[in-house]
Design a protein around this ligand. Structure first.
Ligand SMILES: Nc1nc2c(ncn2[C@@H]2O[C@H](COP(=O)(O)OP(=O)(O)OP(=O)(O)O)[C@@H](O)[C@H]2O)c(=O)[nH]1
Ligand SMILES: [Zn+2]
Length: 360
């Protein structure tokens, strides 16, 4: 079985559940547990809790994953073997959570793995937009990741308390809402409950909302303390053993308190790979109300006796319907979309023909 030094690996986000998945791997004695910290094409940066190194994945692992529309991603726990002085990722532990999206060509793309909490970053100033926030919550919850709403720029915004109350009113109870100044160390203290050792976070939000600022604040104390063996730089330079050098922006950062932040391209403004049903489940307040609608199959449109229209925030309901439409569209493959367009062409043409026939 894999030798797992919990105390060392906890500093790069190992928790009891992921340790269990690592331990379940069918490993050989020469393999060691590591976490993927960055991916740059064929080469990946893997970290063992002490240092990082460059590795490639064994072709049979890559093809087994590809068969399931799956892939390695930053945050994955893997078993690494040394063969002829080179590092090879041999096995991957089943991820607890996986962040994926559909590319334009319909392919499933995995952005990150094993994320516990997503900080949904929204500025209290210009960017304030409840619909976007609801979309992020749906995205995050449908991937089994816990959302925490982080309202930034509390130091420069007006009516902070009113806006916090507005967000709390709109969202289901149980979702934490914090107002912070991302530039201040106090932000790390406010987020302490989600920054414990063994936790992995990501930040989601529109451009300019303060994601980088907050990431810097949460990782600052470590960067200020060189020589402790735990400081992170965002860029590493490593040889691959053949004299070739790659410069890699690392995507896994360590925070004070022992948590990790995954910040990889595409993740910051990720759109969901979620079906309609999963998405609907994240609006459980609407589902609860819907039980009291007069009609079983009420679409909460113009039906009489609709409890959802009577009870839910109208903008939240409109946003819910929009997200469902998006999910439906996302679930279609390119072929489905062509078939759908062809079907509509036929319907429109026959309607036009009927019109002409009536006109005669
Ligand atoms: N006063 C104040 N300024 C902030 C706060 N958070 C971010 N800023 C400023 O807002 C600007 C944008 O912040 P960034 O951290 O770059 O935003 P980002 O979300 O990473 O943006 P992208 O990289 O485009 O996705 C910067 O000038 C920050 O200094 C805050 O809480 N208070
Ligand atoms: Zn209804």
């Amino acid at each position: 079985m894999l030798h797992i030094d919990i105390d060392v690996l906890r500093t790069i986000g190992l928790n009891n559940l992921t340790a269990g998945h690592l331990a379940a791997l069918d490993t050989t004695p020469t393999m060691r547990p590591m976490r993927i910290a960055a991916i740059h094409g064929e080469w990946m940066t893997v970290h063992d809790g002490h240092a990082d190194r460059q590795a490639r994945a064994l072709p049979r692992l890559l093809s087994a994953l590809a068969d399931d529309e799956d892939a390695l991603a930053v945050g994955d726990w893997v078993a690494v073997d040394d063969l002829d002085g080179e590092h090879w990722i041999a096995l991957r532990a089943a991820p607890l959570t996986q962040v994926a999206r559909r590319a334009n060509d319909g392919r499933r793309q995995v952005l990150a793995s094993n994320i516990d909490t997503a900080l949904l970053v929204m500025g209290l100033d210009l960017d304030f937009n409840l619909r976007r926030l609801e979309r992020y919550i749906a995205v995050v919850q449908s991937a089994d990741i816990a959302p925490v709403v982080v309202l930034t720029k509390a130091d420069i915004a007006t009516e902070v308390d009113e806006k916090v109350a507005e967000v709390q009113r709109r969202l289901p109870a149980g979702i934490a809402v914090l107002a912070i100044n991302g530039l201040s160390g106090a932000a790390a203290a406010a987020l302490q409950p989600w920054l414990g050792a063994g936790q992995t976070l990501c930040l989601l939000g529109a451009s300019g909302t303060g994601k980088s600022t907050l990431t810097n604040t949460l990782t600052a104390a470590l960067n200020d303390a060189p020589g402790t063996g735990v400081q992170e730089t965002s860029v590493t330079r490593k040889g691959d053993g053949r004299g070739r050098h790659t410069t890699t922006a690392r995507s896994l950062h360590r925070c004070t308190g022992g948590a990790c932040i995954v910040d990889t391209p595409g993740l910051r403004t990720w759109r969901p790979d979620a079906d309609e049903k999963t998405l609907a489940a994240t609006f459980d307040d609407i589902a609860d109300l819907a039980q009291h609608c007069q009609f079983r199959d009420c679409q909460h449109g113009l039906e009489p006796g609709c409890a959802v229209r009577a009870g839910a925030d109208p903008d939240r309901l409109a946003n819910y319907h929009k997200l469902l439409r998006d999910a439906r569209r996302g679930a279609q493959t390119p072929l489905d979309r062509i078939a759908e367009r062809a079907k509509w062409k036929v319907i429109v043409k026959s309607a036009q023909r009927r019109q002409r026939e009536k006109g005669r």
